[in-house]
Design a protein around this ligand. Structure first.
Ligand code: NAD
Ligand code: MG
Length: 381
């Protein structure tokens, strides 16, 4: 039996992780549940899972009588306080955005293992996160499907060097759109992801393909690979979740139907695979698997992210902060889709790249990037 904190319990990843807890009550106890603002949904989850502690980023108007005995934490640092109070064996970090970085760092202090979905924590604080994980010998188990695939392929590595990581990419909702139509794509167009059902922010990130750029940065940190050895390949069916190429030319792939409960369950159960009645892969029904090179002209954000990784320092933090600001504005209907890439580019051009030596440096660079991005958007932060 392992105790687990589900940080971001009300989200797409969080609720799917709780499905697994529900299925394996003898293996997992959800000991700490946290959420941003959705008090009602968190109350329901607390009622069902009876954790030791629960945290909400805001202060709710009331707490229902029956769940008052749970240890409650409210406010911006509620997540980290709840983690410290419960000290679970594992933490599933599934908060979206840089908002989850402090929780990842805290989880590395108090947990035996960190199950990482929150890619923005690695994009912005990657060197600090991996250094702390190494110093405390805490395994960082990837939950992002591509990184889980690579992690699974690397189980066959032994001491052999890796020549290349190949990240597959569905192409997002606008994969087949003409460039001239993309600028004015609506929130509705963009949220219609072809293969995965995810939170709003990451679905927009898939449509700009900045998500794949963030994942290149994530892979760089998780697997200590330079940007030059990480390639992206478009694969519309999302069946090959990613691949590893070795020096003899052998390529190992991890495959399965697109279902996040696969990678979430793999991280939760690691090193055991949890039996799960996922839809089996039917190769004959699929008939073919397609692959193509990414189109950098229609999807400039991918290249911007890879460049930011190569530049280093605060460049990935600037990219991420500008993206979070622009995606928020797009989801609120304040800017057209095409402005997202323009704002990221303009923010990267405008701001100096600074060295990052601490989490405080990361937050300072993030603040500066958001302010600048909102200025580009003609809005107040
Ligand atoms: P989501 O929007 O569905 O859920 C986000 C969760 O984080 C919610 O529980 C929300 O309450 C919480 N949260 C948001 N802002 C917060 C804040 N400021 N403080 C505390 N909690 C906050 O997002 P998601 O799709 O589940 O994605 C979560 C993370 O996992 C992201 O980093 C995403 O890139 C990554 N990821 C998601 C998927 C997927 O299938 N959804 C796949 C791969 C990676
Ligand atoms: Mg992914």
């Amino acid at each position: 039996m392992r105790t687990i904190a589900i940080l971001g319990a009300t989200g797409s990843i969080g609720t799917q992780a709780l499905d697994i807890v529900r299925r394996y009550p003898d293996r997992f106890r959800a000991d700490c549940l946290t959420a941003n603002t959705n008090a009602e949904k968190l109350f329901e989850l607390v009622r069902e899972f009876q954790p030791t502690a629960a945290a909400l980023n805001v202060v709710p108007d009331y707490i229902p009588e029956d769940i008052r005995p749970v240890q409650w934490f409210f406010g911006p640092d509620a997540t980290v306080r709840a983690l410290a109070a419960t000290q679970p064996d594992d933490a599933l970090c599934a908060i979206v955005g840089i908002a989850g970085l402090d929780a990842v760092m805290r989880a590395l202090d108090v947990c035996e293992r960190v199950l990482l979905a929150n890619k923005e924590a690695l994009v912005t604080g990657g060197d600090l996160v991996t250094a702390k994980a190494a110093e405390r010998s805490v395994p960082l188990l990837p939950v992002d499907s591509e990184h889980s695939a690579i992690f699974q392929c690397l189980q066959a590595r032994h001491d052999n060097p890796v020549r290349r990581l190949l990240l597959t990419c569905s192409g997002g909702a606008l994969r087949d759109w003409k460039k001239r139509d993309m600028y004015a794509a609506t929130v509705r167009d963009v949220l219609a992801h072809p293969t995965w059902n995810m939170g709003g922010k990451i679905t927009v990130d898939c449509a700009t393909m900045v998500n794949k750029g963030l994942e290149v940065i994530e892979a760089h940190h998780l697997f200590a690979m330079p940007a030059e050895k990480i390639d992206v390949v478009i694969h519309p069916q999302s069946v090959v979740h990613s691949m590893v190429e070795f020096e003899d030319g052998a390529v190992l792939a991890q495959m399965g139907m697109p279902d996040m409960r696969g990678p979430i369950g793999y991280a939760m159960g690691y090193p055991r695979r949890l039996p799960y009645d996922a839809k089996p892969l039917d190769f004959a029904a699929l008939g073919h698997l397609d692959f193509a090179a990414p189109d950098h002209d229609r999807f400039p954000c991918l290249g911007m992210a890879i460049e930011a990784l190569k530049t280093g320092g605060s460049a990935p933090v600037i990219l991420n902060g500008a993206n979070e600001a622009a995606v928020g504005a797009f989801l609120r209907g304040q800017i057209p889709f095409g402005r997202i890439a323009e704002v990221i580019d303009a923010t990267l051009q405008a701001l100096p790249v600074r060295p990052i030596a601490s989490i405080a440096d990361v937050h300072a660079a993030d603040e500066e990037a958001r302010e600048r991005a909102f200025m580009e958007l003609g809005m107040r932060n």
